[in-house]
Design a protein around this ligand. Sequence first.
Ligand SMILES: Cc1cc2nc3c(=O)[nH]c(=O)nc-3n(C[C@H](O)[C@H](O)[C@H](O)COP(=O)(O)OP(=O)(O)OC[C@H]3O[C@@H](n4cnc5c(N)ncnc54)[C@H](O)[C@@H]3O)c2cc1C
Length: 294
Amino acid sequence: MIYDVIIIGKGPAGISASLYTARANLKTLVIGKNSSALGKASKIENYYGFSEPVSGEFLLQEGEKQARNLGIEIVPDDVIGIERNDFYEVITSGMTYTAKAIILSTGQPQKKIKIENLEKFEGNGVSYCTTCDGFFYKGLKVGVLGFTDFAVHEAIELEAFTKDITLFTNGMELQLTEKFAEDAYRFKVNTRPVSKLDGTEYLQSIYFKDGTMEEIDGIFVAYESATSADFARKLGIMTEGNSIVVDQHQRTNLEGFFAAGDCTGGFKQISTAVGQGAMAGRGAIEYVRNLKEK
Ligand SMILES: Cc1cc2nc3c(=O)[nH]c(=O)nc-3n(C[C@H](O)[C@H](O)[C@H](O)COP(=O)(O)OP(=O)(O)OC[C@H]3O[C@@H](n4cnc5c(N)ncnc54)[C@H](O)[C@@H]3O)c2cc1C
């Protein structure tokens, strides 16, 4: 089945967008994890329409209920990849979904890991994008820093270039769904906590807190969950820092690909996210209708 639009993220931006696309009769799917920034806000006093303070959790639950009452399909899942072929393919741990348009509303990308010298070797052995940089590691020894389906997905992409791939979990247990657990058997796994990266000009070694070390040519970071910045790098979407660049209609530089809310930077507030979600929804409606007319 091909959806008209897939909305990634079920915070205020994503749910707001879905209300517009679904009510305009677009076949809409929302995919999102339960980790909105809003869930951390205990008391909100600056959002329109509430005379008493409300919790972020309350707003999230009401938003989701509102969407479900309109018949909108919401899948509580983690998106680990987006690919562009004839349409957009959205890859989760268990499924691949297809859509004509995408609205990305995954919130502000978090820095998830602190390792000495990680930033120092960015571009010189440390990469965040297998699609962009995998080719440079043809036949070399590479690692993927991560412990979830996202990390295994990236390791699978690297297999086109090298077979010498290790998953470095940094002290975490592997947290994989059945499908990715089967694929993970093809890779070496090192679960020791990482202390630092080292090298001269380029990355050469990875050190662990127990004092051991491995020589390595490249490390690809795919820690925890994929962020808007990860998706942008792979698809060639323009960013400023970690924020997705959009125009006044919430369009990115990629046709049919919109972004809304905290992932676009700016004034990170619920009202902004809801407003941008509405604009992105409208943009997606126009885009899909134009496709149908062609
Ligand atoms: C402590 C705190 C207090 C705040 N207080 C206020 C306040 O008083 N007033 C105010 O206006 N704003 C406040 N904010 C800001 C507000 O919460 C955000 O601006 C708003 O939630 C942004 O909405 P969003 O939809 O862009 O992102 P988010 O609400 O962060 O939602 C992002 C969604 O994307 C999902 N997601 C992310 N990655 C993936 C992935 N790979 N696959 C699937 N799903 C994914 C998340 O699970 C979530 O569902 C506060 C924020 C914090 C942290």
